[in-house]
Design a protein around this ligand. Structure first.
Ligand code: ZN
Length: 137
């Protein structure tokens, strides 16, 4: 954990509640009080209706694979040590999509399917930062 060598997010006042919720293993996303839509990534203004009335709301952590790619690149040591690995876009039940890693399944295009159900798995990569990854549900 102490030797984590990949780039880490740097929470700012807008994104900190998100990172805090992930660290607590209880993901929350912004939901617009005006139009009712969830949004991701965290922002100060709703991209759908421009409201600033965004409320942090617990989400299920469940979704489906929207798309994925398997990386075999070993150019950057911190990433290459884990290659091959799967980078995916997951669509949460709440409608937003997030880029993540698929874990708990071989990085094999014959095993991973678009539309397959997945659930969040919290990876405490440092004392301060937890990353949300997804595994087959
Ligand atoms: Zn809105």
């Amino acid at each position: 954990m102490a030797n984590y060598a990949k780039p880490l997010p740097v929470p700012d006042p807008v994104t900190k509640p998100y990172w805090d919720s992930v660290k607590a293993h209880a993901m929350q996303l912004q939901k617009c009080a005006q139009c009712g839509k969830f949004i991701f990534y965290p922002r100060a203004v709703c991209p759908h209706c421009f409201s600033r009335d965004l409320r942090w709301t617990p989400v299920s952590g469940r979704g489906t694979v929207y798309g994925f790619s398997i990386s075999y690149q070993k150019g950057m040591p911190a990433f290459g040590a884990e290659a091959p690995y799967t980078v995916a876009v997951v669509e949460l039940e709440e409608g937003v999509r997030m880029m993540t890693n698929l874990i708990g399944i071989e990085p094999d295009p014959n095993k991973i399917k678009v539309g397959m159900p997945v659930v969040v798995q919290y990876d405490d990569v440092t004392e301060a930062i937890t990353l949300p990854k997804f595994k087959p549900a």
